[in-house]
Ligand binder design. Structure first.
Ligand SMILES: N[C@@H](CCC(=O)N[C@@H](CS)C(=O)NCC(=O)O)C(=O)O
Length: 325
């Protein structure tokens, strides 16, 4: 893990945050403004006004890259992609294939973007970041809130797929409930498992993680997607974790009771989502593997990136047996 900003200054002595029992503790994010269709929040939905910073490696950022792609927001919202390595300087641009340089703020390190938004910012420098070019600040850096904005607020912008709604009104409660339900044991659970520093903390996290996967394996035996017959934001919150599971979390994070390929429904579901038009272009497995294995020196001191597993997300899936999009 890299450092963090303390009153606007970069400190590298900070480490992966853990409690006294060795449990990984995720920090809360601090930029929580919203873009709104009518501009009432001060951040109106306009083409060309916003810029998204992502890491291909990061599952939270991945959600936002997917929504941007699927909603047809690529022309309206520009995007930079940091390199895969997160070392002492945190996220930054190193000239690696797959990066997209920051032509908005000209940053070398992502922390510069946070410093510009708030010169006395204290907190972690995380992806994703939604930047407002007009006021020169960060609107929001919480993936779940960013995907909701991309899903709904830009529908009046030309070229945007207003016909696609990943959180329709009648499903909103259910979508939010499922996003909440998968967050702690699964999305954050893989990190709590991998970053645990004491045996009981690991045991607790890995047990919860697989209990939750077992549960969703069953649910997905009855319906095509997490909330029913249509793809929702909940699926786009689940997918980035499942995509990374076998290539990274099984080995690097010791999430190894089972692999996703051992779960017929979860595996076919993962392939179904991967094969949705546009999604594969957001799935950079090279950045994903390099990021985890090379950035977390405390759990992989050699920084060797394993060659396997051999896995094909393009192989046919069986989800057409259900009704659904
Ligand atoms: N709650 C945030 C979490 C974002 C997050 O933790 N991103 C990781 C990358 S996967 C990060 O940038 N970590 C850098 C750090 O903690 O220093 C969200 O969902 O947007």
């Amino acid at each position: 893990m890299p450092g963090m900003l303390v009153e606007g200054e970069w400190k590298t002595e900070e480490r992966i945050p853990r409690d006294s029992e060795g449990r990984f503790v995720r920090s809360t994010t601090s930029f929580r403004d919203r873009v709104t269709a009518d501009g009432s929040s001060g951040f109106g939905a306009e083409a060309g006004r916003y810029h998204l910073y992502v890491a291909w490696a990061c599952p939270w950022a991945h959600r936002t890259a997917i929504l941007r792609k699927l909603k047809g927001l690529e022309d309206a919202i520009s995007m930079s992609v940091v390199g895969s390595y997160m070392g002492d300087d945190g996220w930054g641009w190193y000239g690696e294939p797959g990066e997209v340089p920051d032509d908005v703020n000209g940053a070398r390190y992502l922390r510069e973007v946070y410093q510009k938004a708030d010169p006395s910012y204290t907190g972690r420098v995380t992806t994703p970041v939604l930047w407002d070019k007009e006021t020169g600040t960060i609107v929001n850096n919480e993936s779940r809130e960013i995907i909701r904005m991309l899903d709904h607020e830009f529908d009046g912008v030309e070229g945007v797929r207003a016909d696609l709604d990943f959180c329709p009104e009648d499903l909103r409660e259910e979508v939010d409930r499922v996003i909440d339900e998968i967050y702690e044991p699964i999305n954050n659970g893989v990190y709590r498992t991998g970053f645990a520093m004491k045996q009981p903390a690991y045991d607790e996290a890995v047990t919860e993680l697989f209990e939750a996967l077992n549960h969703w394996e069953e649910v997905l035996g009855e319906r095509r997607y997490l909330c029913g017959e249509r793809i929702t934001e909940a699926d786009w919150c689940m997918f980035p974790t499942l995509l990374r599971f076998d290539p990274v979390y099984v080995g690097h994070f010791k999430c190894n009771l089972r692999r996703i390929v051992d779960y017929p429904n979860l595996w076919n579901y993962t392939k179904d989502l991967y094969q949705q038009p546009g999604v594969a272009e957001t799935a950079n497995l090279d950045h994903i593997k390099k990021h985890y294995y090379r950035s977390h020196e405390s759990i992989n001191p050699s920084r060797i990136v394993p060659k396997g597993p051999i896995i094909d997300f393009d192989e046919p899936h069986d989800r057409d047996r259900f009704a659904g999009s």
